[in-house]
Design a binder for this molecule. Structure first.
Ligand code: SF4
Ligand code: SF4
Length: 363
């Protein structure tokens, strides 16, 4: 077995041993295959696919992003697919200008706020629609992967999950090696993977950056609160019904964004990063406060978001205690725990100038 491992030709990753690279690549492959299996089941066995995607993978994602963002960034099946053109040497390797990077960030925020309420309108209950959504996002990511260097356009820009990563991943448990970028070409600044204790509300590289970070930070807690006050619609029959799925999330957004702007004026400049952490902890706590009871049959709307019904087995206070424990954990982890100067990933060695010359730069 040991001899076989030694013979596998794997590109070096930082100072990782070949065995470690092999383990990482195996985990990447397994999660990628799991992603393909979910996509397949969404299309052909929708009840299984919907359960696996919306009621297992998605509820597990926020806590992983809070605790260990770098692990997710290394093994995310969507990232693995969108970075294939670069891994295979098929990318144009253009760099993204600061302004365009900021615009990409803003677009990601808008897409997230527009698409997530549509879960109630169609995606939560329609496997094929969810599969088409995933395929559409993957196609966009692969398309920009053919043009731009490493993660500059998708994983650090346009992916609608990226704003959540940046907001939640401000104090991760550990930095792990970057399993995608072999050499750092400085393709995005600040590189979210390589910046310790990233704070999206204080990225000031361009005008769109200065707008999108605070906007997302302020809006997310209210958006999540509002989202949980809309039931799943089995079918949408009119424009009015469609508008209704946006009403509560957007109302919640408006309230918490206004609160954020007021607090921003009041809070001393040196404590602003705690304001970001407070809103981030509020957002993820609000998510689990509603989502945990839903998963186990104690939600507001009977079968919405149900994973396994424990209503006749477990007393309601047990589930409430679980939700309270989750809230306490997130506030401790994100707000009160000392910032540990860890980035999601360890920045790889910088590429040599000759290597960088092969990039085509755009402004
Ligand atoms: S930015 Fe999107 S594609 Fe990239 S790792 Fe995060 S979720 Fe995956
Ligand atoms: S580590 Fe370097 S090459 Fe990779 S995304 Fe960050 S800036 Fe780009």
């Amino acid at each position: 077995m040991g001899i076989k491992i030694a013979r596998v030709k794997l590109k070096p990753v930082g100072r990782l041993s070949r065995a470690s690279v092999l383990i990482w690549r195996t985990v990447q492959l397994v999660t990628w295959l799991a992603g393909v299996a979910i996509l397949f089941s969404l299309t052909f066995y929708p009840s299984i696919g919907l359960l696996a995607f919306w009621n297992v993978l998605i509820p597990a994602a926020p806590v992983l992003l809070v605790v260990f963002t770098g692990l997710w960034r290394n093994i995310c099946p969507l990232a693995t697919t969108t970075l294939l053109p670069r891994h295979l040497g098929l990318s144009g390797r253009k760099t993204v200008s600061q302004k365009k990077s900021g615009v990409f960030n803003f677009v990601a925020v808008i897409v997230l706020f527009v698409v997530v309420p549509l879960r109630h309108a169609i995606f939560n209950t329609n496997g094929l629609a969810t599969a088409i959504l995933i395929i559409g996002l993957t196609a966009c990511g692969v398309a920009v992967g053919f043009v731009y260097e490493w993660k500059s356009a998708w994983c650090s820009g346009l992916c609608p999950i990226h704003p959540v990563e940046k907001l939640y991943g401000g104090n991760v448990i550990a930095s792990v090696p970057n399993l995608h970028c072999d050499l750092c070409c400085n393709c995005v600044a600040p590189c979210p993977d390589s910046t310790h204790n990233i704070d999206p509300a204080h990225v000031t590289k361009s005008h769109p950056h200065r707008r999108s970070g605070p906007f997302f930070t302020g809006c997310l807690p209210g958006f999540i609160w509002g989202w949980f006050h809309v039931p799943d619609q089995r079918q949408i029959h009119s424009l009015y019904e469609l508008v209704k799925v946006y009403e509560m999330p957007f109302l919640g957004m408006a309230v918490t964004f206004a609160l954020y702007l007021i607090l921003q004026k009041i809070v001393n400049h040196k404590y602003e990063t705690y304001l970001t952490s407070f809103f981030a902890a509020s957002a993820v706590s609000c998510y689990y406060w509603y989502r945990l009871p839903e998963l186990f049959g104690f939600g507001h709307y009977s079968k919405d978001g149900l994973l396994v019904n424990l209503k006749d087995i477990v007393p309601a206070p047990a589930i409430s205690s679980f939700a309270v424990a989750a809230v306490l954990f997130f506030f401790y982890w994100m707000l009160f725990r000392e910032k540990n100067r860890k980035s999601w990933l360890v920045r790889p060695a910088f590429a040599k100038k000759s290597e960088l010359k092969r990039q085509r730069t755009i402004v």
